[in-house]
Write a protein that binds this ligand. Structure first.
Ligand SMILES: [Zn+2]
Ligand SMILES: [Zn+2]
Length: 570
């Protein structure tokens, strides 16, 4: 039977379909606006690249070569790969692949969030544990550390080490954007993704709360701000506690789409020379110095931005300090589309804005100055800025400092090294023996390896803590760099409640001071501040947090004592 469709019905259906297509196209997120060519000559070279990428070496879906090829298609000059790890794998040397410089870095899991480290060699022991200890280790090893996804909505991914003096901070994290977005916006982006991958991902980007947090941090001292892609090319459908352990996933958004959304522009003294080692050093040095800004490329392109300050003969660019307190002039130059604004802030509060390609601001007010270029007409306020620069610090730089030193001016009680109170604890397969010498006590150990054991070796002292003591101090040294867990234990039924603080030892003598107030509960039994009056054991523990199974070591302690603050005068 022939179906007869009237001509009129056919035309009606076709018209309806084309209206639907036009409406659908109109609903697609806009293509990047075209920004005018800059009306000024850039004073320095920039290199465009993306930081924070996962490959198949951890939980990404692409190989290093896939990532480099996607980066080349997206027009990037460099990528910084940050697979999860404990920094004991030596980083791959920098290399050009598909014409893109690939710099290998690592994203370390601490007990209080993730910390990416650039410019780090092979760590002498696994880096893990408290955020402040990982921050300290990365700095000691010459690395530059970036807190990643600091305000992640997933509690175990959010940063909790705010008291640590970290180097840098992700003000934008591509992965948190997906996790933060309401389902309706996610569905909209998913529908548009096959047609406009970059803009559809960018449509999820609101002004991150992390920008305000960054401004608050800057009041205490310098922090470099970066955008991290956190690219995995993978969206898990049923995620476990750790991200991306789901077996069911889609390979989206692709590396290329994410690379087209936002990228870094690193300011360089000279153009990249296709010498991988030298070029990588120049890029990492520039990031360390804060000579870097972020561009959300999916909003508008091309992007140009310079942020500088001058006072008398002194000059500074983003990331730098302008030490003088003379009157100074700040200049921000960009190339925003007609509806764009340059916004200057001081200590987190806006001080000036212009709807033009150049902002000039003269002042004698010291403080932390930051510039953004915003495209408000692209959508209602609350949209992610187009360009975000690093601060210029005018006047003396505040120094973010670690906690004040403990007051040890009161009486101290020594633990006698020769006393019978010293002993050893270990699992059944590890080796540990006490080593005594004049005035000191130490431990020689080899941790077991194998799947059937949780190896540890510890030197212990069975003792109570004198009333009024506020911490423990000692001089320590080890035969190689190592990190030990100093623990105090209240014996209860079972294995007892413990609190710990980890310490670093190496071949030279170090005076270690641990206020009990800095110790944190271990495991599920203990919680809250340490129960000092009921402590019966002090332990120096080598365990798998910072000691690789199968490895050996020796450490030695002298002058172990409990200290107290001077009693207040009546
Ligand atoms: Zn992470
Ligand atoms: Zn990551």
């Amino acid at each position: 039977m022939r179906v007869r469709v009237s001509k009129r019905a056919f035309i009606g259906a076709a018209a309806l379909a084309s209206v639907a297509a036009v409406v659908a196209l109109a609903l697609l997120p806009p293509l990047p606006a075209s920004a005018p060519a800059p009306a000024w000559a850039p004073s320095m070279t920039t290199a465009r690249g993306v930081f924070h990428i996962h490959t198949t070496r951890s939980d990404g879906t692409g190989t290093i070569d896939d990532v480099a090829a996607a980066a080349a298609r997206a027009g990037l000059q460099f990528v910084i790969v940050t697979d999860h790890g404990d920094a004991t794998r030596p980083p791959d040397p920098p290399a050009y692949r598909s014409g893109v410089l690939v710099i290998d870095a690592v994203e370390i899991s601490t007990t209080g969030g993730h910390y990416a480290a650039l410019g780090l060699g092979r760590a002498p022991y696994p880096l893990a544990g408290d955020p402040r200890d990982v921050v300290e280790d990365v700095r000691r090893l010459g690395g530059f550390g970036i807190v990643t996804h600091p305000l992640s909505p997933k509690a175990d991914l959010a940063w909790r080490g705010w008291d640590a003096v970290f180097d840098a901070f992700e003000w934008l994290n591509g992965d948190s954007v997906w996790r933060d977005a309401p389902l309706s916006r996610l569905l909209g982006a998913a529908w548009a993704y096959p047609f406009r991958p970059g803009p559809s991902v960018a449509s999820l980007y609101e002004r991150p709360k992390a920008i305000a947090r960054w401004d608050a941090l800057l009041k205490g001292g310098p922090v470099v701000g970066l955008a991290g892609a956190d690219a995995h090319a993978r969206l898990g459908l049923r995620e476990g506690r750790e991200p991306y352990v789901s077996r069911v996933f889609v390979r989206a958004p692709s590396y290329e789409a994410v690379f087209r959304v936002a990228s870094l522009r690193v300011g360089l003294p000279r153009p990249l020379a296709k010498d991988a080692a030298r070029d990588a050093d120049a890029i990492v040095d520039a990031i360390r110095a804060g000579h870097v800004h972020t561009v959300v490329d999916a909003l508008a392109a091309p992007a140009f931005f310079e942020f500088s300050a001058k006072s008398g003969g002194a000059a500074a660019m983003q990331g730098d300090s302008l030490p003088g307190i003379e009157p100074f002039v700040i200049r921000v130059r960009s190339n925003p589309p007609a509806d764009g604004w340059i916004v200057l802030s001081r200590n987190g509060a806006e001080v000036h804005r212009v709807q033009a390609a150049e902002l000039v601001y003269a002042s004698d007010q010291r403080g932390v100055y930051r510039a953004e270029v915003c495209l408000p007409a692209r959508r209602a306020a609350g949209l992610v800025p187009w360009i975000v620069g690093n601060p210029i610090y005018v006047g003396e730089r505040e120094r973010r400092a670690d906690a004040a030193p403990a007051d040890m001016s009161g009486p101290a009680a020594s633990l006698d090294a020769a006393d019978k109170l010293w002993g050893v604890e270990k699992d059944a397969r590890s080796h540990a023996e006490i080593e005594r010498s004049a005035g000191g006590v130490g431990l020689r150990f080899t941790l077991a390896s194998g799947a059937d054991v949780v190896p540890f070796a510890a030197l212990d002292a069975t003792t109570t803590i004198p009333t009024g003591s506020t911490g423990i101090a000692f001089r320590g040294r080890a035969d190689r760099p190592m990190r030990l867990s100093v623990q105090i234990r209240v014996v209860t039924a079972g294995e007892g409640k413990r609190w710990q603080r980890s310490i670093y030892l190496d071949e030279r003598d170090r005076d270690i001071v641990i206020p009990f107030a800095q110790m944190t509960a271990v495991g599920a039994l203990a919680s809250g501040p340490p129960d000092v009056p009921n402590v019966r054991t002090i332990l120096w523990v080598a365990d798998t947090v910072n000691t690789a199974p199968g490895s050996s070591g020796r450490f030695r302690l002298d002058q172990v004592r409990f200290f107290s603050p001077r009693a207040p005068k009546p």
